[in-house]
Ligand binder design. Structure first.
Ligand SMILES: NC(=O)c1ccc[n+]([C@@H]2O[C@H](COP(=O)([O-])OP(=O)(O)OC[C@H]3O[C@@H](n4cnc5c(N)ncnc54)[C@H](OP(=O)(O)O)[C@@H]3O)[C@@H](O)[C@H]2O)c1
Length: 286
């Protein structure tokens, strides 16, 4: 149902590249050429403006709605010019979720979302109330599937008891490997669900930490061995996990989208995978 790579739009608008509508159309075109048909949004991206930027762009392209899948997220209340708030907090009250979805549909210029994610877990989440809202949204045809993001194993399990979830979108990269040890990936595998991963490049390109110095040493060698760039090796590391992780790629550049697509074909050897794991952890396995 979702493409093997998902295009993350968080940095396409004013939280990143500040692309024009025309440039967003170019990115969408390239994604579709590369069979990246799923686009990841959240109500808050670009201070509540990026969904609208995307919506205006894709609507003019006259793309068949069935050809793309739109994901959005709700639950984080944050201050912006468009939606002022005196506090950043989480809200999963029925009315709030319903209102968020209606706004996302209007901004994205669509009748339905393929997937709605609860953006962050909140101590105040009431699974029964949330399940009722999900049922309403599904019955109205406004949302096809539901999932969560950044949920722990028990938080996922709780909500899933009330309503069948289809994924947990989690942070996962060579710099952030908690999900290898905290049961999240196994939980989804048991349920035959595919995880989605955000920030798959981690802080590899933006921090000179000891961890990254170790990682760069090994990854640069692997670039030569596999005739690949660092982005591809970073992605190939995640893609080798048997839980069939779907990476949400965050680039705002046409050429990087094309290059990353080729990572799907790169299967690094098991020993090389463990070299990266060792560099990430800073210790060899027991
Ligand atoms: N569920 C959640 O809580 C959550 C949280 C955060 C993000 N997300 C989703 O995940 C998506 C991806 O997140 P992300 O943007 O953090 O992911 P990412 O793919 O790890 O990072 C993308 C950033 O790295 C830069 N980059 C790529 N290759 C580079 C290189 N070789 N050297 C230096 N910089 C490089 C990109 O710049 P260019 O644009 O110039 O290529 C872009 O700024 C978001 O768009 C969003 O949809 C979800």
């Amino acid at each position: 149902m979702f493409s093997e790579l998902i295009a993350g739009t968080m940095r396409w608008g004013i939280w990143g590249a500040n692309h024009s509508e025309r440039k967003v159309q170019e990115l969408i075109e390239v994604c579709l050429e590369e069979n990246i048909t799923t686009f990841d949004h959240a109500d808050i991206y670009g201070n509540h403006t990026t969904e609208e930027l995307f919506g205006n762009a894709w609507k003019e392209m006259k793309i068949d709605r069935e050809r793309i899948q739109l994901i959005s997220k709700c639950g984080i209340v944050m201050n912006s010019e468009k939606k002022p708030s005196t506090l950043k907090y989480y809200n999963y009250d029925s009315d709030y979720i319903l209102n968020c979805v209606n706004e996302s549909l209007s901004n994205l210029k669509t009748d339905y979302l393929d997937l709605l994610l609860l953006h962050r877990p909140s101590p105040l989440m009431n699974p029964e109330e949330i399940a009722k809202v999900f049922e309403t949204l599904k019955a109205e045809g406004k949302v096809k599937e539901f999932g969560v993001s950044n949920f722990s194993v028990s938080q996922f399990e709780l909500l899933n008891q009330y309503f069948p979830l289809v994924t947990n979108q989690i942070e996962l990269s060579v710099n952030h490997l908690d999900s290898f040890d905290n049961g999240t990936l196994e939980q989804l595998m048991i349920k035959k669900l595919r995880p989605m991963a955000w920030s798959v490049l981690g802080n590899y390109f933006t921090s000179n930490s000891e961890q990254n110095i170790r990682l760069k040493k090994i990854i640069k060698k692997l670039c030569e061995k596999y005739n690949a760039n660092e982005n591809k090796i970073l992605l190939a590391f995640i893609l080798k996990h048997p839980s069939k992780i779907i990476p949400v790629i965050g680039t705002s550049k046409v050429e990087t989208i094309r290059k990353l697509k080729q990572s799907l074909l790169l299967d690094i050897e098991t020993m090389d995978w463990f070299k990266i794991l060792e560099a990430s952890r800073g210790t060899e396995v027991d």
